[in-house]
Design a protein around this ligand. Structure first.
Ligand code: DGL
Length: 275
């Protein structure tokens, strides 16, 4: 195992969404160094085939490990659904943390017994999601929406735009009419519009963002493997994009509580098959 406590944690998503997870990691593990890859050349993942996403994830993980990362965080529900198993099979000695919609906590939190899951089509179509609902949501009404077009709006920096609010209304109103009282942000992009969602669903509805739980899980795994960095990292965290996106930079500035560098990476350095 290559690992060393002082090496970076590799983290990736199709774009901006993983920043919501990176943020939770900075909060919980302030000593750690992050190397983030946003696969903006292939966004959105949510409407692509599981096989394509799996290949992107294998290539990205291979690249991050080549850079010496000691652990990998798949900061994307869609990518986790398509590729987590393959990644863990390919690199059994590397801690690889994935994500899934927080169905279990939502079932626990709901008073009406009706929960709303906001995710992507790719996540909803996966066996992983199907198993999750089967295991934890018995007796609960689960309403789902693949939020078509929402990721693109967030990637374009349009979180407060009237068209985005309109789309959120279309997604959320039918759930509210069914008395859903707990909403799961099952895509890492969606916490970026949490404020907008909360103003539609009202202050009493619960909105579950799983990012802090992912950071906790990462901490647990690193602790167990004696891989937690002991001294603060004093350099710049590195953010790479397979295609430059201004909204990513703006979101990073807004979220960024740490020194960072942002650059575009030549996709041929990462991906075996370019599409
Ligand atoms: N952020 C990703 C997720 O958590 C999906 C975004 C996309 O469709 O690319 O599912």
């Amino acid at each position: 195992m290559i690992s060393n406590q002082n090496n970076a944690i590799g983290i990736f998503d199709s774009g901006i969404g993983g920043l919501t997870v990176a943020n939770a990691i900075f909060d919980l593990l302030p000593n750690e160094q992050l190397l983030y890859l946003g696969d903006t050349a292939h966004i959105p993942y949510g409407t692509k085939s599981a096989a394509s996403i799996r290949q992107f994830c294998l290539d990205i993980t291979h690249y991050l490990l080549q850079q010496g990362c000691k652990a990998i965080v798949v900061a994307c529900n869609t990518a986790s659904a398509a590729a987590l198993e393959s990644l863990r099979q390919t690199w059994p000695d590397i801690p690889i943390i994935g994500m899934e919609p927080a169905v279990k906590p939502a079932v626990k939190a709901s008073k009406s017994g009706k929960i709303g899951i906001l995710a992507t089509a790719g996540t909803f179509d996966s066996v992983r999601y199907e198993n999750l609902v089967e295991r934890f949501a018995e007796g609960t009404t689960v309403l789902e929406n693949p939020c078509l077009g929402l990721v693109e709006k967030i990637e374009a920096g349009l979180q407060a735009h009237p068209a985005t609010i309109n789309l959120l209304n279309k997604i959320l109103q039918p759930m509210l009419e069914e008395e859903v009282d707990t909403f799961v942000l099952g895509c890492t992009h969606y916490p970026i519009v949490k404020e907008q969602i909360q103003s539609i669903v009202g202050p009493n509805a619960q909105i579950i963002n799983p990012a802090p739980a992912v950071a906790k899980q990462l901490k647990k795994r690193l602790e167990k493997l004696a891989l937690l960095r002991q001294l603060p990292f004093e350099g710049k965290h590195q953010f790479l994009l397979s295609k430059y996106n201004l909204a990513f930079e703006n979101t990073l500035k807004r979220y960024g509580k740490v020194p960072y560098s942002l650059s575009e990476i030549d996709p041929s350095k990462v991906f075996s098959n370019l599409i």
